[in-house]
Design a protein around this ligand. Structure first.
Ligand SMILES: CC(C)(COP(=O)(O)OP(=O)(O)OC[C@H]1O[C@@H](n2cnc3c(N)ncnc32)[C@H](O)[C@@H]1OP(=O)(O)O)[C@@H](O)C(=O)NCCC(=O)NCCS
Length: 168
């Protein structure tokens, strides 16, 4: 597989079955994401379709027709919380075979560019054992807002939850 042939583009509703096949195994890794179990297909379809149709930045990495990665940003709070209307929350993942080759950076930079003009500040949480993600965010301009020491504990591993943000 040639990593340069991977296409990054806005997610279409027709991508969602493949996207769900991509994300559930990453949840089941139980290492990197808050969710640690497979999400029922209907629930995942509804969640992602809602954000795509709302026009929120939502990008996939595709090998052919197959989704191998995802990066999206959603409002950080409900619409009635006016003081947070300038803030978005970002999430991303790649299938294991596609990590460590620069694809995450392409996906993140594309999504951040699409966030410009929509939100002023983008936030995320990363676990301190996830050094690759932490380094990627620092390289792309995120700063650390703070750490919740020892707040993540699963499968015998304890880590800090690092809050990060970037002003666009
Ligand atoms: C976090 C994640 C999205 C980062 O994506 P990624 O593609 O692995 O990361 P990067 O784009 O930063 O690539 C970094 C690696 O690619 C290498 N790289 C960068 N550009 C490259 C290029 N053009 N060609 C080949 N390799 C390249 C770097 O040397 C680096 O290698 P290293 O990690 O072994 O030091 C991905 O690893 C992932 O999905 N992890 C599991 C889920 C997860 O952690 N999500 C985020 C939760 S906060």
């Amino acid at each position: 597989m040639n990593i340069d042939s991977i296409v990054i583009r806005r997610t279409r509703v027709t991508d969602l079955p493949s996207l769900i096949d991509c994300l559930n195994p990453v949840f089941l890794e139980r290492r990197y994401l808050a969710i640690t179990e497979a999400i029922p297909v209907g629930e995942a379809l509804n969640y992602h379709a809602t954000h795509i149709l709302a026009g929120h930045p939502h990008f996939v990495a595709l090998e052919g027709e197959c989704v191998v990665g995802l990066c999206d940003a959603v409002p950080a709070a409900a619409p009635r919380i006016a003081a947070l209307a300038h803030v978005g929350t970002l999430g991303m993942l790649l299938s294991p075979d596609y990590r460590g080759r620069g694809l995450g950076e392409r996906l993140l930079r594309t999504t951040l560019a699409a966030c410009k003009g929509r939100w002023e500040r983008i936030e995320l949480n990363v676990y301190s054992h996830n050094e690759r993600a932490h380094q990627l965010y620092l390289r792309c301009g995120f700063i650390e807002d703070g750490r919740r020491i020892g707040a993540w504990k699963l499968d015998g591993v304890t880590s800090d939850i690092i809050a990060m943000s970037i002003f666009l």
